[in-house]
Write a protein that binds this ligand. Structure first.
Ligand code: G
Ligand code: G
Ligand code: MN
Ligand code: NA
Length: 254
């Protein structure tokens, strides 16, 4: 509860920041977009990881105003980059289950897009596989609304949520993100290699983009490319970065 009070203040006092992790085409190493990742920076103290406060924000409901701030900030940043003359890239934003299930969620997204002026085609929303599977019919309906607006939709942490493939084909999504737990030992653990290869094949057969998360070595890139995975994200190619450092990637790509 002490932490909840501090988090509440952090929102008001502007101590939440976004970092941006680049996403690449693995073949050409071309920048294709960024994922916005939330950080809590209390002045004079070490940064607090979202892993340590998102669950609390989710339980307390604070995730709703925080999530709206993230969406607003990420869209505004992406438009600012376009106006600075950088080649446009896609911006991915993580949406938490509670946020996604809010009856006002679509309205919020509409409002943020309208107010920011960002074209919806440059926005991608990530929901986790387990969130998507919580209430499949409601998920399909919400995703369909978002897709109609031209927003790209990705299933995050794919492989951890026991999707029924029958449902997966009904989700109007355009991307699967292979969870980094399968990528880590891809060159050494035959089970992980088989799982990753299956997800890549599944995604390709459904005409979805597939992104490998947590790419840390060239050996992983080689395996992923040999299996036909086109996109990757990870410390090898770029960490989550503050705005000024993310701009170096845009500069190199423009
Ligand atoms: O950036 P990092 O790997 O520390 O993130 C830890 C977890 O927090 C990840 O699961 C990530 O998806 C989640 N996360 C990061 N930023 C956001 C955000 O803006 N909203 C939500 N809902 N989750 C986020
Ligand atoms: O669940 P989600 O995919 O949104 O989580 C993204 C999180 O993964 C971020 O917090 C980010 O810091 C972390 N991350 C990104 N790339 C790597 C990587 O190459 N290795 C590891 N261990 N973590 C990573
Ligand atoms: Mn994500
Ligand atoms: Na993930």
């Amino acid at each position: 509860l002490l932490l909840e009070g501090r988090l509440r203040r952090a929102i008001d006092e502007g101590h939440l920041v976004l970092h941006y992790q680049p996403q690449f085409d693995l073949g050409s190493r071309r920048l294709v977009g960024f994922e916005a990742l939330l950080r809590w920076q209390p002045p004079g103290e070490p940064m607090i990881s979202p892993a340590d406060f998102i669950p609390l924000a989710e339980d307390s409901g604070l995730i709703v105003p925080i999530g709206e701030w993230v969406l607003r900030t990420a869209c505004a940043q992406n438009l600012a980059w376009q106006r600075q003359g950088f080649s446009p890239v896609r911006m991915a934003v993580n949406i938490s289950p509670r946020q996604f299930r809010q009856s006002s969620f679509i309205e919020t997204v509409d409002q943020v897009l309208r107010q920011s002026g960002l074209d919806s085609g440059w926005l991608e929303l990530e929901i986790t596989e387990s969130c998507a599977m919580e209430n499949v019919e409601a998920t399909i309906e919400s995703l369909a609304h978002l897709k109609k607006r031209g927003i790209h939709l990705a299933i995050d942490d794919f492989g951890t949520g026991f999707s029924s493939l029958n449902y997966l084909k009904r989700f109007p999504i355009s991307k699967l993100k292979i969870d980094r737990s399968f990528v880590r030992d891809i060159n050494h653990d035959p089970n992980d290699a088989a799982i990753a290869a299956s997800v890549i094949a599944l995604g390709r057969s459904m005409n979805l983009e597939v992104v490998a998360e947590g790419v840390e070595t060239e050996d992983q890139v080689a395996f992923l490319c040999s299996e036909g995975c086109r996109l990757g994200q990870g410390f090898l190619m770029g960490r989550p970065l503050p705005v000024d450092q993310a701009e170096k990637y845009l500069q190199a790509a423009s």
